[in-house]
Write a protein that binds this ligand. Structure first.
Ligand SMILES: [Zn+2]
Length: 84
């Protein structure tokens, strides 16, 4: 007791170093697994990748993803105009 296996991650966005307990980590972060990306986006040839994110940056990305999802999945305003 008193000992815990932790994973040290360095945030790709703000370079903050964070420790996570093994039990907190996602399955794909477990030892021996191939490369993982917490965030990967590609649009018009531009790629944004963050292999690891600290908890602060993770919640920022969460918020942006929610916004992108909301904006992109709602009906296009151009299509609505052509109806009239
Ligand atoms: Zn960060």
């Amino acid at each position: 007791m008193g000992r815990q296996a932790v994973i040290e991650i360095t945030c790709d966005r703000c370079t903050r170093v964070e420790h996570r307990s093994m039990s907190d980590s996602r399955p794909e972060q477990k030892e021996g697994s191939k490369e993982h990306y917490m965030f990967r986006a590609m649009y018009k040839g531009k790629m944004i990748e963050f292999e690891d994110l600290c908890s602060g940056c993770e919640s920022i990305v969460d918020n942006h993803m929610r916004e992108i999802d909301k904006s992109l999945t709602k009906r296009s305003p151009i299509r609505d105009k052509s109806k009239s």
